[in-house]
Design a protein around this ligand. Sequence first.
Ligand SMILES: Nc1ncnc2c1ncn2[C@@H]1O[C@H](COP(=O)(O)OP(=O)(O)OP(=O)(O)O)[C@@H](O)[C@H]1O
Length: 820
Amino acid sequence: MATPRRRMGLEKIGLYDVGRAIGKGNFATVRIARHSIAKTKVAIKSIDVAALDRENLVKLEREVKIVKIIDHPHIVKSYEIMRIDNMLYIVSEYCSSGELYETLIEKGRVAEDVARKWFSETASAVSYLHSHGIVHRDLKAENILLGKNSSIKLIDFGFSNFQTGDQLLNTWCGSPPYAAPELLLGNSYDGMKADIWSMGVLLYILVTGGFPFPSDSVNKLKRSVLSGVVKIPYWVSVECADFIRKMLVLNPGKRYSIQNVLQHRWMYIRDNVKKNQVQLLEAIPSSSIDIRQQSSKLNPTIMMFMQQHGKWSEEQIIDAVLGRDFESPIFATYELLADKVKKGSLEGTGEEYPRRGSRGSILSGKVNVDEQPLTPTISAHQLAQLNLSSPDCDSDDSSNSDLCDDSPLNSMEPPNHDRQFGLPRGLDVIGNRFENRRHTLCASEQLLSPNMIGQFPPPNLLLNNFMMNPLGFPPMPEGQAAEFPLPSLHTALGTFPIVDYSKMLPVPKSERRASAGETLLPTNIDLQQHLANLSANPASFPTVEEEGRSYLSKFGGKRNTVHSLGNQMGGGIQNPIPRYQRSPYAKAPPTERRSSWASPSLSAQQTNHLETLFKKALQANNDMSRLHKEFKNLSHGCAQSQITNEGSSLACPQISITDEYNRQHNIAPSASSFDPVSIFQKNAQEVVFGQRPATAIGFSSTSFSGMSTPEQTTRSMDERVRSIVCTIPFAEVIEELKSSLNILKIPFQETQEMVFEPQATEMRRLSLPSGVEIGVAVLPPEHKAHVEFAIINTDSPTSELLCDQLICRLRMVDPNWSSE
Ligand SMILES: Nc1ncnc2c1ncn2[C@@H]1O[C@H](COP(=O)(O)OP(=O)(O)OP(=O)(O)O)[C@@H](O)[C@H]1O
């Protein structure tokens, strides 16, 4: 008999046979165990109370208090609290499929419908907590377990707390990568809003497989979080990206609440997984859940069974169960058996209790069951309901196979969920499992101590997983190249292995503003070739700073600002031009703006013609071929244009360099002892920096005329900015623009920024690889959306046309729009 022999090796704690360790936290070890009467597997978290200081003792007691009162299908259920000697044990339902974090490590990011299911379940649990004034404060993929049918179970209430009304919390809790900015700043915070930030990070991780703010130090993390820039890869759907951004809003006052989260449209996109979830959410509206509602009914079958097997009296059972005495084995036994019955044959039949006339018992006046004489025997049918007839290690739930292995009790082996996902149980995975895990941090006083840095995940842990599995990247659908003569960047991005988002996506605003040695824009280097080289050797991808340094060491010692100056047909710009002083999206007096904007290469009539065609093409199921053809015809007719055709590389903008020193000291460019322009022009082919898609820092452009003085030849930035005001809400404008770009299959990067003039307001920037940047800002107090389209790299009519198209789309959804 194998079972008894194995069981001899199991430690006995209370009514549990305790087996191997399945998890480890800061202060706790979690082991799998089996209830000797209910035969149900459970997880037992054991904490050596003697090892805790006063502060942690308080937290532990709070955790105990909270787990006793919460009851939600997506929160791990606790059954019993045992205090034996110096140890405190929390017995809870066992989740067989491990941590969500491990699943992500193994599988990489998940499809959005899977993410939606998991995220909805998490949101449902968080909503339940928040509606009962409880904040979790440690939401992370490691604290989300997967139970049967891959359903989410939230664990670890070690840092949860009660929060009422407008009360703010002060204790620093959580894991840095999931920590809200207000926590990173050491401010008092609203725990509920901090939970939402962590949920934003969680959703980001689910759909991208990486962290939104990848950093290898706390300082970098802080900088990255506080920059307010969230870089979302292009494969994330527009709705999902919007949702993530709503949760990752710096200002907690403007951040989504859990009610907003539950109502976001991404949560209601229909798919098979969601259908179930909607039902689930409907079945458990958070507002209607009473914390562990006391049931006045006790199951007589369970009671009889307990009397027989536990030797407890009827009164003892009733007292413990109705009194919800977590510190009594009677309550745990009853609850475990009741859950077994619920999951078993009675589930869904509505027959949770024996029918009138069936064998039952009058247990007491307190118990609302059919009044029948107590029969101290249990029928085979009733026994089957309890699912106890199977011997140890036979039935699914009561199996000891996980528990009673031959390994030492405290050996740290991963649970068998590896098998569930059909993955080989790699030794390296076993070895790293607990090392990789990020534990929760908690500090009352200091913000982040140096040893917290050690708590960070191994750099790019999730992303590295991607690299090992390039198939994790969505291939660009065949035949879906950009409809417009965009550079081949589109395809290149599809195969570009992400080493670090910060190297692929637009650099943060703070970096963009750097004045020295930075360049902006694509030159005539074949971008695709360049990216292909980089993808072959990702480590060689230089940062902006490296690129700048390399330039300076090549061309001179001064710190120069580099401007891109338009096109190769421009006839050569001999003089530096004043640096463009402000963000293209900063508000400017109307006089500084052009109310209308037209391509110098296309007549207004031609533009209108294209616009009309564009509208028609949109109506005709996105058939852009005619428009495209028309566009090509027009472009051939533009002698001075620099329209590029599909497949060709980016047009070569001429580069001019403003000597920063001269500019600052109002020294005429001609007086400069250093005139790198000509050198630069000669060496334009060698310029290796600025290939980054849509990277732009101060810029200006040449016109097509080839005139000789900057004043005459340069179309100022304002001339290349089209500005319109929409009357529909900001979010809808963004959605419309993004969906238009998606229809046109034009990749874009979205960043969130703040505009401070005339007053602080949120701005969204969409950066397109073709060099178009779109800024959308709310116009207070009217709450209209101010949209600016800026062409930043070349005076390309292609880009102009694209802007026209996007404006046209906005006009269709907002008849009240106006141009500025
Ligand atoms: N009910 C459970 N079923 C299966 N595994 C569990 C269960 N509870 C905990 N674990 C495992 O044990 C690990 C540690 O548990 P838990 O997070 O509760 O401990 P902790 O000490 O609070 O951790 P930390 O210090 O990181 O916050 C979990 O990440 C998980 O892998």
